[in-house]
Design a protein around this ligand. Sequence first.
Ligand code: IVH
Length: 679
Amino acid sequence: MIDAASIQSTMAALVAQVEAYNYAYFVADNPLVPDSEYDRVYQALVKWEQDYPAYCLPYSPTKRVGGAKAASFRSVQHSVPMLSLDNAFSDEEVFSFGQRLMERLKTLAIGAEGGLIFAAEPKLDGLAVSLLYRSGEFIQGSTRGDGQTGEDITRNLKTVRNIPLKLRGDAIPDLLEVRGEVFMTKGGFQALNRRQKDAGDKLFANPRNAAAGSLRQLDPEITRARPLQFYAYGNGQVQDWPLPSSHSLVMAQLATWGIPVPPISAVVQGIEGCLHYYHALRLKRDQLPYDIDGVVYKVDDIAYQQALGFVTRAPRFAIAHKFPAEEQLTQVLAIDFQVGRTGALTPVAHLTPVLVGGVHVSNATLHNIGEAHRKDVRVGDTVIVRRAGDVIPEIVSVLTDRRLAGMLPLELPDACPVCGGVVTKPVDMAAARCMAGLSCPAQLRESLKHFVSRKALAIDGIGDKWIEQWVEKGLVRNPSDFYHLTLPTLLQCDRMAERSAHNILQAIEASKQTSLARFLYALGIREVGEATAKALAKHFLTLEAILAADADALRQVTDVGPVVAEALTLFCHDKANLNVIQALREAGVSWPSVSAEAVSDNPFKTKTVVLTGTLEHLSREDAIERLQRLGAKVTGSVTRKTTWVVVGANAGSKLARATELGVETLTEDQFLTKLQASE
Ligand code: IVH
């Protein structure tokens, strides 16, 4: 038996905790903890209050809605209170909700024998607002505040693009209060954070915080620049509108007046229908353009809704069925650095395991040292981890108020943790790198894994385990060593069966016939992904042409900007890289060649052509491809070696240079005639 004093102190502590979270969330727009933690503490308080009702504190946050309002905006009284919703966290809790409804309807002598119809809607993760329309004109918009009194944010809401300032259609009520959620799309949030970053302003932790911060700006011009949107989920007070008989009809009517409603709402039969909707939407959650944290079920029939009524904080006829939280609190046990294929050092935090979004998480990436320092994550910290969909878990932020003395900031190691090589971090870059290249075992391992991967040389049967063993034994020091592996060598490896060894050797042999694009991609040149490799191969046709190209020539390729061009030229000027390429070719790696000599004689063969200005009748890519097929070399800058400069509209310095050097120029028409005659 617990004594009265302990019950009182536990309940007082829980009340204080929920109050602190409420204040941070509603007033300061700076949540202290993820919603899941809030829910946990709130539910704990509810449970204690149910078990010991006599000790219930009169000022407990369960007795009112939300937190207090901030002082800076005018107050608005909600004539119909803006309520909250009860939560369900499992299918079982939703079944008991259904049972409670049926029992209550029975005691009210309302028979719902055919089962109940529900409106099922996404639970948007934004901020509740009320929009007041008089004679179809938007006259006042407010926040929820504490549910009774909100803040007048009319000017801010007028900047939200999809909120109609005037309703359309017929039979518009004298007075209509629309309730719904203002939110930020995921894309809008990312774009906003990019802009914030460029301007050196603070980043928002998630779309909900960004929406909150944007709505509560005293300057509506700031709000206007923020990508906010609105979806309605119901109505408040109305005058001169005979309310339709169901919630879904209310929503349909709002839509005809031009009010945005979520396109993914549904009308479903019974609790089974609700759960079916929930599980289907959970699978689609990541593809939605906005964050949702669950779904809401509402008894559709308004007469039933009215009969069921409300408890203090929430309606009895509706419930929010939450998705497993994508954010959780946990502790950082250690932080170490992993070395990737390009030598980048990624700090990885090892965590006390937690369930996030239904999956056990014990590691989270900190992306790079710049990011780790920005978030100031330290060993021992309590942190918020987030895992959305298939995304690698990451640390969102640190609860610095839980930090103890003596917990030191994370330091970048001087030497590579794997090979001891020099680590550098350019001041203007977020990432630090081990400069040892393939002599660093970590970089070698990752490069080899990349080399054999499906989109590279696609060598089947070489799993990570084999690569790790071969690197450790010194059997493979660069990708060309794969081609010198022999049966006896392979058979010396731990747990290598003869059959697997044969298969591996066969796959290695088969990989020798490849394409230039795959070969380029397999080299693992920084910034050169699959698409860029393909574009380079298509443009230059031969490896020699790529190795010889300067930055200007490289930038002729679509999608190759200064960063890719620089990474490529750096790679092509490194002796070690050239040696690996040569060794691979000597080992027999090859691809169908397109050589200028193989092209039949024509006026363009072996000539050097520069394109400048805008061509009207064909795209630049098209022109380049056709010229190359004829054996011409297309370059980016005009020199004495240039045969022709093709001059399109608005040509600039290259035309001037051609005139200066006396290089022959061709108009687009002359060029086309010559081209067609040669093909
Ligand atoms: S109905 C009387 N429907 O969730 C019922 N609320 O946790 C009032 N929310 O304050 C709410 N999507 O801000 C309702 N489809 C939806 C919703 C929704 C998001 C928010 C709303 C509410 C909170 C309750």
